[in-house]
Design a protein around this ligand. Structure first.
Ligand code: ASP
Length: 336
């Protein structure tokens, strides 16, 4: 995913960053926290610009009195169906064996329920299978062949294990005997409903040419996604190995519980991980968050990343602040 350089974004939109938050536009009108200004619910936040049509679908479902789970599922299915998305759904980059293995999970604030699938091959909508795991079994997570057998038994739509274009690219990659490439993204989508409940889901094909059987953070509750109906929700995208070792989204939600604004909670989570991790800021991780008050935010390593925010009064892509500076003191604390 190409990232707009932060400077370009700032000058282009004539915005000001204060305390990590965009606060005004060229005419001095306040920009954030937009949700506070609109007092808007429903509010939907997702990762990357490709999340915007997913948000809009989720909003449509909520406006038609659909449930929070219906909205999350329908939104993520939009991204999973996109034949041009190489990191979500069956058009995604396959694993090292040339097979697309999908990871996904879903959570409901009410009831604190969760469902998840990992390394699922041959089904178009892992988010729907994850929801069925939550609603039709006593379990939270199914993986691999077991997940596929469950999906088949419940009649979920099948699809090719890899797209023709990705298969051709995989053959070239295989011939060159390169190491697995870090090409990956995830749709994580979190929603606040008019009733004040929170929901979320995420879906990805994971790290391109990954080892078969590799699970990233996206199917891990508290890793790629966490929802707590007392507080809010958080989602992650980036190198899952650097999120799941720190229970990244759980940490974001816990910081919000302590009173932090969602944006500060995302920034602080990245700072915490960078302080501890041998990689310092070289983590490639990004978080989105919203709280029950209808506030939202995001942060990423490097120059930040773009995320999508949708509520009844607007739908747009926003550049998150990045975390690169040494304002937190030495990073990489566990280097030895
Ligand atoms: N977190 C995903 C994974 O590690 C990939 C991404 O979001 O970039 O599988």
């Amino acid at each position: 995913m190409s990232k707009m350089p932060r400077r370009k974004f700032l000058s282009g939109a004539a915005t000001a960053l204060v305390g990590g938050r965009l606060i005004q536009n060229a005419s001095g009108a306040p920009m954030l926290p937009v949700a506070e200004l609109t007092g808007a619910a429903p509010l939907i936040v997702s990762t990357w610009p490709f999340g915007k049509p997913a948000n809009e679908k989720a909003l449509e479902v909520l406006r038609a009195n659909g449930s929070g789970l219906d909205a999350v599922e329908a939104g993520i299915r939009v991204t999973e169906s996109d034949p041009n998305n190489a990191s979500v759904g069956l058009a995604g980059i396959p694993n090292a064996d040339g097979v697309v293995q999908l990871d996904s999970c879903i959570m409901s604030g009410p009831g604190h329920r969760a469902g998840s699938v990992g390394a699922l091959s041959g089904f178009r909508h892992p988010i729907s299978v994850a929801r069925a795991v939550m609603e039709k079994t006593k379990h939270v997570m199914l993986v691999g062949d077991g997940a596929a057998a469950f999906a088949a038994k419940h009649g979920f739509e099948k699809g090719p294990k890899v797209s023709p274009g990705q298969f051709a690219a995989w053959k070239r990659w295989k011939a060159e005997q390169k190491r697995a490439e870090k090409n990956h993204d995830t749709i994580a989508l979190i929603a606040l409903t008019p009733s004040g409940d929170v929901f979320g889901g995420c879906s990805t094909s994971g790290w391109g040419y990954k080892l078969p059987g590799r699970l990233g953070d996206s199917p891990i509750i508290g890793g790629g996604l966490y929802v707590d109906n007392e507080v809010g929700a958080a989602g992650a995208t980036g190198l899952g190995e650097n999120v799941m070792r720190y229970c990244g989204t759980f940490l974001v939600v816990e910081f919000m519980r302590q009173g932090m604004h969602p944006q500060d909670a995302c920034l602080e989570t990245i700072r915490r991980i960078a302080r501890l991790d041998p990689k310092g800021f070289d983590l490639s991780i990004n978080f989105i968050a919203l709280d029950r008050k209808g506030r939202f935010g995001a942060a990423g390593t490097g120059t930040g990343f773009e995320y999508s925010v949708t509520c009844p009064s607007f739908s747009r892509v926003i550049q998150s602040p990045g975390v690169t500076t040494a304002d937190i003191g030495p990073v990489g604390g566990n280097r030895k």
